[in-house]
Write a new protein. Structure first.
Length: 107
């Protein structure tokens, strides 16, 4: 999950930097503004990749053990979904930041 967090933190840092440029009435490039949305999207997709890897690990353990209880299966699925949820949260924060900064820059 450190890669997911790194993408999210990078988007947050760029959003703060862009906000300081806007508040100082300096020019903001479209590439800088769009990088917020890009990094947020990367956090989301990295979360999906980690989810797929987690599901693969769960299925590998089930295959090796043979018979797995419902509680153990539910716990594994819950653990695999954490990365996707974290990626979605970071993407939402990046998207909201990008949206409001875009409105502020275009105004």
């Amino acid at each position: 999950m450190s890669i997911i967090t790194a993408f999210g933190l990078s988007a947050f840092v760029i959003a703060i930097y862009t906000l300081t440029l806007v508040l100082q009435n300096k020019a903001v490039s479209g590439k800088l503004l769009n990088s917020i949305l890009y990094l947020g999207s990367m956090a989301f997709f990295a979360g999906l990749v980690w989810n797929a890897l987690g599901l693969y690990e769960i299925l590998d353990v089930i295959q090796r053990m043979g018979n797995v209880g419902q509680t153990a299966l539910a716990a594994g699925l819950k653990a695999a979904c954490v990365s996707t949820i974290w990626g979605i949260i970071l993407f939402f924060i990046a998207y909201v930041s990008w949206f409001f900064l875009r409105l502020k820059v275009s105004a």
